[in-house]
Design a protein around this ligand. Structure first.
Ligand SMILES: NC(=O)c1ccc[n+]([C@@H]2O[C@H](COP(=O)([O-])OP(=O)(O)OC[C@H]3O[C@@H](n4cnc5c(N)ncnc54)[C@H](OP(=O)(O)O)[C@@H]3O)[C@@H](O)[C@H]2O)c1
Length: 325
């Protein structure tokens, strides 16, 4: 089968498209023909092994898996003899942010992991664009209580996490201020943002808005910069560790002090996110945001683009036989 491979941590150039043996499903596993996967910021972290903390999960000295990739959409083509919740032919999608070897034509996954049947009327590419970023966004939101009286500012609202966060916050009825670049102001409004701030014209940290929560989905601000924008007992959550890894220790110190707080959005339970997102897709309450679609032969270019931090939503790798998916 065709697969993206690498044997060491490094830049996108360590990646190679190769022919390797197709995996064989174990008793509780599904063999999936992958039709679409993504390159996301988690993949970029796993590729370089940075921040170093990530190596505790994906391999200390070298990557644990030959094939990278964290999310997938495809079709079950074989099942292990003890699989009882899926059948050959099922269209499925899922995610595992410690690596799934999904950047290949075929992959295996245990049936009890984060794999579910695809919602109907969506393509593989559309569904896979609702995995990694939306899972992280869901984890931000699950750390706090959001309802129709909640005011939230989302920075980096054009990214995979940010564009999902805006939509999920609107699902819960929050009032959302979305911060993004000039070219994406209309996109942010179409995702449901009540107000937009163009960061190319205005620095939101110098504004006078008041929010219950600030979600920095691009990690370009810090708690000290944003504290004055938070309402009493307001919460700041960032997708990055922050200057001097402050977002790791501020959750503890701000909790002890009381008042405005930082929460670290430790991502948990990929399956719960995938089940929830399938429901929202089916109900028409969530939509994929796709930036570019690359072919496997363009994998180095795709990783470089994603690592630039400038994508809008999600970047897809098309593993279907047809170039258009
Ligand atoms: N280490 C990990 O494993 C890991 C995993 C997942 C996510 N993360 C972190 O989470 C963050 C978001 O992930 P993601 O997948 O959503 O990233 P992404 O899709 O690359 O999104 C970042 C978005 O922020 C925008 N942006 C750049 N500079 C900005 C600024 N100053 N103000 C506001 N928006 C700005 C970018 O667009 P423009 O540049 O065009 O404005 C882009 O749309 C990243 O910082 C990423 O490193 C880390």
């Amino acid at each position: 089968m065709k697969a993206i491979t690498r044997t060491a941590y490094g830049p996108p150039e360590v990646l190679e498209l190769k022919e390797i043996a197709k995996p064989i499903p174990k008793d509780h596993e599904l063999l999936i023909r992958v039709y679409a996967t993504t390159v996301n910021r988690t993949d970029c972290g796993i590729l370089t092994g940075k921040p170093y903390l990530i190596r505790a999960f994906v391999g200390l000295t070298k990557p644990r898996h030959l094939v990278p990739g964290t999310d997938f959409a495809g079709q079950v083509v074989a099942i292990g003899k003890k699989v009882n919740s899926f059948q050959i032919g099922d269209r499925v999608w899922g995610l595992h942010d410690e690596g799934l070897s999904s950047q290949a034509e075929y992959m295996t996954i245990r049936e009890n992991k984060a794999v579910v049947r695809m919602p109907e009327n969506f393509s593989y590419q559309e569904v896979v664009a609702c995995a990694e970023g939306a899972h992280y966004a869901n984890n931000f939101i699950n750390k706090v209580k959001v309802d129709t009286s909640t005011k939230v500012l989302v920075n980096g609202a054009t990214g995979a996490i940010g564009s999902a966060a805006v939509q999920l916050l609107k699902y819960y009825g929050a009032t959302v201020t979305a911060v993004g670049n000039t070219k994406n102001m209309e996109l942010l409004k179409s995702l449901g943002a009540d107000q937009t701030i163009d960061y190319q014209k205005e620095d939101f940290t110098k504004g006078d808005g008041k929010y219950h929560f600030i979600f920095d989905a691009v990690g370009k601000s810090s708690f000290p910069q944003c504290k004055h924008l938070l309402l009493p007992k307001g919460v700041y959550i960032s997708s990055e560790l922050g200057p001097g890894v402050q977002n790791l220790y501020l959750p503890l110190t701000t909790k002890i002090k009381g008042g405005k707080r930082v929460i670290f959005p430790l991502p948990l339970n990929c399956k719960k996110s995938i089940v929830f997102l399938s429901k929202l897709l089916t109900e028409g309450k969530f939509r994929p945001v796709i930036d570019k679609v690359y072919q496997p032969e363009q994998i180095v270019e795709a990783y470089k683009y994603v690592a630039s931090g400038q994508k809008t939503g999600n970047v897809i790798i098309n593993f279907s036989p047809s170039p258009s998916g």
